[in-house]
Design a protein around this ligand. Structure first.
Ligand SMILES: [Zn+2]
Length: 316
């Protein structure tokens, strides 16, 4: 990370459906402290969990902290810090930025967790000013694009909600009301439900291995999942022109062998289309290591960027 007038300690917090992960970074981006706690749900639970993680991370270091950034699922307005419809956290609307700023006495910046993770991925790959798309396959599916170092937000920060692009008119109904959304094909929640319905004990960690051994249920599910991920890769490259596509989220990290299978799907499709072949989609894919806290580090960057913007803003 580059030092600036706002150099100092920065704290990033990734609030997830099951756990909240905090990380304290120095001005060079080195990790000084970490804290992980189970996320308590509901507005009060999320606020209490975030405060506990911040307190644990900061310890005695409070004076040197220049920014706190938070990544959280749902519709987030980074200008106001208000979070809406974070369904897995039991939040319909929460003024998270104001509540945490008041409780902690430090400025807190809030952003969507996948958008924060895209910044973390760009930083990890050393392309903070470059072009990439981050695709998150967790319970649901979402994307975030960084173009020349800036997040693509769109009106209402809607850009990246690709999980609800319908790609299979004959597919199952999505909770959003449409049929065959990308999230139906490749969202972890739907995959887990289909695997459980098979009644064969098949799980995501054993899916690809079972498919390679010829288990028909595993073959069908792995093909559906890989088709969904491959479509998502093609979608972000064609809409954003992303040089790199970074894959992350629980589905990617708990299914060994999945990413090479996705690349095989893309290569097979390219063999039938000169146009697709020219895009080299399989080669654009990168996976961030599972032990790299991409969303928490991205959240720290969200906070740092806001603090630097304040310092660099003209006075008056
Ligand atoms: Zn949908």
């Amino acid at each position: 990370m580059t030092k600036s007038p706002a150099s100092g300690l920065s704290l990033g917090i990734d609030i997830g459906g099951s756990k909240t992960h905090g990380i304290l970074l120095d001005a060079d981006g080195a990790r000084l402290a970490e804290s992980v706690r189970p996320t308590l749900t509901g507005a009060d639970g999320v606020v209490a969990t975030a405060i506990a993680v911040v307190t644990e991370c900061l310890g005695q270091a409070r004076d040197g902290v220049v920014s706190i950034g938070i990544g959280i699922p749902g519709q987030v307005d980074p200008a106001t810090g208000v979070v809406r419809t974070a369904v897995n956290l039991g939040i319909s609307e929460l003024d998270l930025g104001e509540r945490l700023t008041a409780a902690l006495g430090l400025p807190v910046t809030i952003d969507n967790d996948v958008k924060a993770a895209a910044l973390g991925a760009a930083n990890h790959l050393g392309v903070a000013d470059g072009d990439l798309a981050y695709l998150n396959f967790g319970t649901g599916v979402a994307a975030a694009a960084v173009v020349r170092g800036r997040l693509v937000r769109g009106h209402g920060n809607l850009a990246g909600e690709i999980g609800h692009i319908p790609v299979d008119p004959a597919g199952d109904r999505c909770h959003c009301g449409q049929r065959g959304c990308l999230e139906v094909l490749a969202g972890g929640g739907r995959i887990a439900a289909r695997l459980a319905a098979l009644g064969t004990g098949l799980t995501l960690p054993t899916l690809v291995q079972a498919a390679e051994a010829g288990d028909p249920g595993a073959v069908a599910e792995a093909d559906r999942l890989c088709r969904g991920i491959a479509l998502a890769v093609q979608l972000v490259v064609l809409t954003q022109g992303s040089e790199r596509v970074v894959l992350g989220g629980g589905v990617i990290h708990t299914a060994p062998g999945l990413v090479p299978r996705v690349q095989d799907v893309l290569i097979a499709r390219a063999a039938e289309s000169e146009f697709l072949a020219s895009l080299h989609l399989a080669d654009r894919i990168t996976v961030i290591p599972a032990d790299y806290p991409v969303a928490a580090i991205g959240a720290a960057l969200v906070g740092l960027r806001r603090t630097r913007a304040r310092h660099l803003a003209p006075i008056g």
